[in-house]
Design a protein around this ligand. Structure first.
Ligand SMILES: C[S@@+](CC[C@H](N)C(=O)[O-])C[C@H]1O[C@@H](n2cnc3c(N)ncnc32)[C@H](O)[C@@H]1O
Length: 252
């Protein structure tokens, strides 16, 4: 378990506490991914790694009628989710757990569904899938979204930006090979639509202005905001060359 975050992490957490959605996505994409998991048992036990404020956890609980264990490293995000679960009458089926997704504190075979939106990169795509595999029995499902190149030769600006920000980013084909290497049979994948990015970047853009004015004298805060602004600008110019892809698999 991590202790107190370093100052940059603390800044990032304070920025994201103001946002419900902390990565590209939408309820429609969550439900689309769920619908592609043919053979998922009724009322599955699901785990949502890097759940943030839990938009996907809530959607899963509503749609599956099963239980959801929502895991995140940052307690205030989990508190946001727990409060929302109470408001929606879902608190008996959503459990929040503060834990490191790279070392999940659950026995083997605890779940029928492993979920993660915009977060597996923090553990490494293949590494995360390998670490989560034991939580499922053979035939269990995983659904994970991951930033992926969608073209063979990305535009220079996108290639340069992501070479620094996420050098491990790779193609859909390579990621499908990683899914197999982690002992999952791919059962589907799809690219999140551009509206899922707008869902995320719209509020981020508003939050950036607030964040800058709250931290006028912090070089670190301004540098963090500059980097996020560059990310948005790169997406506006080159977004078609990369995207978030939902990868769906069945434990082999
Ligand atoms: C990009 S956000 C995505 C959040 C959420 N899935 C969403 O789509 O809004 C990544 C999340 O992973 C959490 N996180 C970061 N490192 C983690 C770790 N080692 N274990 C568990 N959660 C972690 C962050 O606190 C954050 O909520």
């Amino acid at each position: 378990m991590a202790g107190d975050p370093d100052p940059l992490m603390a800044l990032m957490f304070s920025f994201y506490e103001g946002l419900q959605r902390k990565a590209p996505g939408s309820e429609a994409s969550t439900l689309k991914a769920l619908a592609l998991l043919h053979g998922l048992p009724p009322k599955p036990r699901s785990v949502d790694f890097g759940c943030g404020a839990g938009l996907a956890s809530l959607a899963l609980a509503r749609a599956t009628q099963g239980s959801v264990t929502a895991v995140d490293i940052h307690e205030p995000f989990l508190k946001q989710l727990a409060a929302r679960a109470v408001l929606e009458g879902l608190s008996d089926r959503i459990t929040t757990v503060r834990a490191d997704m790279a070392d999940p504190p659950f026995p083997d075979g605890s779940f029928e569904l492993v979920w993660s939106e915009g977060a597996v990169y923090l553990a490494g795509f293949e590494q995360g899938l390998k670490r989560w595999r034991r939580l499922l029995r053979t035939g269990g499902f995983m659904a994970v979204s991951e930033l992926s190149w969608l073209c063979e030769v990305p535009p220079r600006r996108a290639a340069d930006f992501w070479a620094t920000e996420y050098p491990a980013m790779t193609s859909v084909e390579d990621n499908l090979a990683k899914v197999r290497a982690a002992d999952f049979e791919p059962v589907g994948h799809f690219v999140l639509p551009s509206g899922d990015w707008e869902n995320y970047y719209g509020p981020v853009q508003d939050q950036l202005a607030v964040f800058r004015s709250k931290n006028p004298d912090s070089g670190e805060a301004q540098a963090f905001a500059d980097s996020l602004q560059r990310e948005i600008d790169v997406w506006k110019e080159c977004g078609g060359s990369y995207g978030y892809v939902f990868y769906l698999g069945r434990a082999s």
